[in-house]
Ligand binder design. Sequence first.
Ligand code: 6LW
Length: 530
Amino acid sequence: MKFKKSIYVIISALFSIAFHYVIAQTGFSNPIIKGFNPDPSICRVDDDYYLVTSSFEYFPGLPIYHSKDLVNWEQIGHCLTRDAQLPLEKAAASGGLFAPSIRYHDGLFYVICTNVSSGGNFFCTATDPTGPWSDPIYVAIESIDPDIFWDEDGKTYFVTQGNEGIRVTEIDIKTGKVIGPEHLVWRGIGGRFPEAPHLYKKDGFYYLLLGEGGTEYMHSATIGRSKNILGPYESSPLNPILTHANRIGQANPIQGVGHADLVQAKDGSWWLVCLGFRVTQPYSYYHVLGRETFLAPVDWPQGGWPQVNGNGTISLDMKTATLPLKPFSKPAIRNDFDKQQLGFEWQYLRNPLRDNYSLSEKKGWLTIKTTPNTLNDAKPISAILRRQTEHNFTATTLLQFESSKENEEAGITLIQNNNHHYDLLIIKHKKQNIIQLRVKVGSLSYIAAERIVQGNQQKLRVEGTPQQYIFSVANPDSENYSEIGKLDTRYLATEVAGGFTGVMIGLYSTSNGIPTNAKVFFDWFDYKTI
Ligand code: 6LW
């Protein structure tokens, strides 16, 4: 009997080792969500993971992603899809929605966020993370980076950033009403901008995870713990538990890592999602893709401190065992505009002028009506935009432009914000169609190249490399692209343009200040990454 039992123990141990090395897969690539997707927050419901990132002045707001394995993610919707939920009229570039948090409690999903341009802190709820989400329930606490923590005694706390440190305040979860005093609970380890708080309870301790150092090259994640939710919090001896602002991080192509959230997988393993940015090359100190979402394994022994990926750094090529991988199918390169709605990847700048877009007016084409507002205005414009997700990409569109007026133009733009964009456009001048490559970098604005083209249809193409964007055109039936010009990527970098977003690729039309309501048609849009 004893012998049988030990054979059984040995066989199951062998199975578990085989599972670890054979079934659990080894290695994954970072970032897990590419292009402008900062401030990630994550929650798990059984075998499913949900993640939300910030979206600033873009509409709809707060993309929501789903995964079965933490490595492969698919967007399933947005939290804020109705104008009433997301007023963005007053949102300048990088205004609007700051860092969100996503939580699941008692059968309800919660997204907690701040609209810094209107209304402040709020949370929304949904029974299904694909939506619909409730209207915002506002919470009268001035701050950013809010989270909600449900304590075991039934009390609910709003956890937020504060200039002095992290604050914890009891609220009524039904109404959002503040029902207790604000407590400053921890200042972190002394880095600038203690923010991005998330609170967890484990092994009898409250753990408070922070971002510190600001969201640039000094960024980090730190953690403290306390037996009492209101503190005092003791700093981890491993702090900062994540940063590249040190010697081992100095040559890393990922910089600015910080602003993190923790999640425990069903198998008991712990993981961290965080933001970081890929510089255009090591030591270049320019990034154009915005802050993206990264994943790292966490070792968190019982009663001990969490340790991120061994030494508190992450890499593009992560050599670590993952959960069994469940990839999604890859998105198609071509968007033919033959569906009734645009895909989740498309965004508007501020609340959309809905009458200006149609997918049915000219079948199989996207119709965009011009507005007087231009790409230089911090206003709603006539454009659909998607993230640049890799340094190396090709974006191409076929456009039909039938304007007879000199104030009307349409084209493809690479836009970091309304003061920093490169536009490849078609415009009428002396009855001729002219292609222009236009630069807007702060107070500098000029036409870098121009050329007369024949006919009303043109293919416009942008190729991206880490250092340059290459702009070219071709006739509708030709694959023979002719180069219009090259521009440096660095002048669209966050280090030049400022702000919290990343480069977006847009299809747009404008009537340059004069209300004319012309129409421009886009047949398809190809986006290919290399
Ligand atoms: C966000 C703050 C931050 O609210 O940047 O990286 C701000 N961290 O936590 C905007 O994303």
